[in-house]
Design a protein. Structure first.
Length: 278
């Protein structure tokens, strides 16, 4: 009965991957225990995956590809679809664009952008959101967020700019230790060749102009050099492709950047907050 309930509540992707894994195991003449030993998992873990009680992890799919994949790439391809399961519904249409982008221009006004979050910062942020989420879902979302970081080392490397409002750096998420580690991680990210980080200071509106008043935005350049804008207000999502609207957002982003501290000044500020010496 539990197995049937698991399958009914699981997504079509989770059910398909479970069936493919079970059929591949049977085709190889392996028991769940034998497959577990060859992949480094317990028989219980294999059973949980095949009954959809526990969706296949990214690592398990990699091991399944090695052991029962027969060089077909089935489970390697399944990794891409299973990763989508770890994203919120509103993010799923944007995720493939992010992973293949030529360039990303990001503007965050409330919290550290998801691509730049440490695991503990992400866990504190997601776990403390409202309405509250079950612990298992929190961990799934955290893993999905962490996996996105592979983008930084992709070949070819995307060019990434991030503008953070200064309040993001002082708004405590989780606790002070989590924030210090988050600041140190931002310092590491800022020193990457393909990353430029800016801080929009709190006094940016001193002279009567403040371009960041309309919140966060993401500007995306695709491999086909199409320019898009992605917005995510209040757990909703909006992907904008109209050239005139995209141009307006790009101009607004450029204005925000012009009001921000330079990369060196921004890094110095974050290093001071992180307690990192030059």
């Amino acid at each position: 009965m539990a197995s049937a309930q698991n399958r009914e509540s699981a997504s079509p992707t989770v059910r398909l991957v479970a069936d493919l894994a079970r059929m591949a195991r049977v085709r190889k003449g392996l028991t769940q225990e034998q497959l577990g030993k060859q992949t480094g998992y317990s028989a219980a873990a294999i059973s949980a995956m095949e009954t959809c009680a526990q969706p296949a992890s990214d690592h398990l799919l990699m091991k399944l590809e090695e052991v029962v994949g027969d060089g077909m790439g089935t489970f390697e391809q399944a990794r891409q679809y299973m990763r989508m399961e770890a994203y919120p519904p509103q993010f799923k249409n944007y995720a493939p664009l992010e992973q293949t982008a030529v360039s990303l221009h990001l503007c965050s006004m409330q919290v550290v952008h998801g691509l730049f979050q440490t695991e503990e910062y992400a866990r504190a942020l997601i776990g403390g959101s409202f309405p509250p989420l079950p612990e298992q879902r929190v961990e799934q979302l955290v893993k999905g967020r962490v996996i996105r970081k592979e983008l930084f080392d992709r070949d070819p490397m995307p060019m990434i700019e991030l503008i953070l409002e200064e309040s993001v750096l002082t708004r405590v998420i989780g606790n002070e230790m989590i924030m210090r580690e988050q600041m140190r991680y931002l310092v590491e990210c800022a020193q990457r060749r393909n990353v430029t980080l800016y801080v929009l200071p709190l006094n940016a509106g001193t002279f009567g102009e403040y371009a960041g008043d309309r919140g966060e935005m993401t500007l995306v350049e695709t491999p086909e050099h199409q320019h898009l804008v992605y917005l995510e207000p209040q757990d909703e999502s909006l992907l904008i492709s109209d050239p005139a609207k995209v141009s307006t957002y790009a101009q607004r982003y450029a204005k925000i950047r012009s009001q921000a501290l330079g990369p060196r000044e921004s890094l110095d500020l974050i290093m001071r907050l992180a307690g990192v010496e030059e």
